[in-house]
Design a protein around this ligand. Structure first.
Ligand SMILES: NC(=O)c1ccc[n+]([C@@H]2O[C@H](COP(=O)([O-])OP(=O)(O)OC[C@H]3O[C@@H](n4cnc5c(N)ncnc54)[C@H](O)[C@@H]3O)[C@@H](O)[C@H]2O)c1
Length: 325
């Protein structure tokens, strides 16, 4: 049985990945962020005989070392990810995203792991200079978050070149679905409509995104880990399509039978040069190396997300009355 370590197992994508790996017969060690509430985040209600939950912090190299012991494949997802918060606390992004990745790579080398999947993000590309964005597109650090992920990816890849660590950089485009933080646009809109708001504050609605349903992103991760010729490669996880925020919000409104009004709040407009206006990912390399293609249309993924958020027990976990940075 393959043993997988998932960092960020308490988070949105990580918790879905843990469940997908368990369903596929993996033995999983999941790292959740240490906290005094003993909260395991989205893993609080997941129990399985092949799941081991460890609380810790990737900024600690000793902790990372013990995490990698006996592990075959590392899925490294733990990170600080909110762009607005990276304007306020950039140093913590370097410490968690760059240093934390280095700590894990170091530990993975020492324990001879056979695959190390580094989670990147389409944010590293910045606004598209051409579409679809393939893996050769220039990197543009338009936010401290993006810069820290560029640094993290480079650090991981340096362990491939310097120490032979079998690293693959998996680069998902925007991912959405059940359990996502309300910092992100799709959950913030769905949760506020579900909570009965008549007017919802939004930022710029003109940018486009390549939205991926979380189950597809996780299946992409697993396909990359299980394929043979992915070591030393950077691989987009994308749908090859784009949609504007405005159209996405209109689709949500329609699917929820809502007549809510969207109102632009200047506080949510990003500094002009920091806003990423266009993301449309080329997934040809993913298809070629793994045979994987996503199976959710935007409409299907949004419907599943709405079904989850509109359940009272789920909605109650969200603070729909504040701006979640
Ligand atoms: N959500 C997206 O659209 C998207 C798109 C592309 C890439 N990604 C990447 O996917 C990964 C997961 O993102 P997510 O959307 O699930 O976000 P998330 O915030 O839900 O998950 C990140 C997890 O990392 C954990 N974490 C943060 N700092 C830590 C630390 N110092 N030590 C241990 N754990 C720590 C948090 O507890 C959190 O659960 C991230 O690497 C992110 O950059 C996300």
């Amino acid at each position: 049985m393959q043993k997988a370590l998932v960092t960020g197992g308490d988070g949105f994508i990580g918790s879905h990945l843990v469940e997908a790996l368990l369903a596929r017969g993996y033995c999983v060690r999941a790292l959740v962020n240490y906290n005094s509430f003993n909260s395991w985040g989205w893993l609080d209600n997941v129990s399985h005989e092949n799941l081991e939950v460890v609380a810790g912090d990737i900024r600690d190299p000793f902790l990372c070392d013990s995490l990698c012991k006996g592990v075959d494949v590392v899925f490294h997802l733990a990170a600080l990810i909110a762009i607005p918060y990276s304007y306020a606390a950039p140093q913590s992004y370097v410490e968690t995203n760059v240093n934390g990745t280095m700590n894990l790579c170091q530990a993975a080398v020492r324990h001879n792991v056979s695959k190390f999947i580094q989670t990147s993000t389409s944010e590293v590309y910045g606004t598209a200079q051409y579409v679809p964005i393939d893996e050769a597109h220039p990197l543009q650090p338009q936010s401290p978050y993006s810069a820290s992920k560029i640094g993290a990816d480079a650090m991981a890849m340096s362990y491939f070149y310097s120490f032979g660590l079998p690293v693959t950089i998996a680069r998902p485009f925007n991912t959405y679905g059940p359990r996502q933080s309300a910092r992100a646009i799709i959950p913030t809109i769905i949760s506020q409509i579900a909570a009965g708001k008549a007017i919802i504050q939004v930022g710029d609605l003109s940018p486009t995104r390549d939205f991926n349903y979380v189950a597809d992103t996780c299946a992409g991760f697993i396909a990359i880990a299980e394929a043979e010729k992915t070591q030393g490669e950077t691989i987009n996880i994308a749908t090859n399509s784009e949609v504007s925020m405005e159209k996405t919000l209109d689709t949500i409104k329609r699917l929820m039978n809502s007549n809510v009004t969207f109102s632009v709040d200047p506080e949510r407009i990003r500094p002009k040069d920091s806003e990423v206006f266009r993301l449309l990912g080329d997934n040809a390399k993913l298809v070629k190396l793994t045979g994987f293609t996503p199976s959710h249309s935007l409409e299907l993924g949004l419907q599943k997300t709405i079904d989850w958020f509109t359940q009272d027990t789920n909605l109650r976990r969200y603070k729909t009355d504040i701006y979640n940075v």
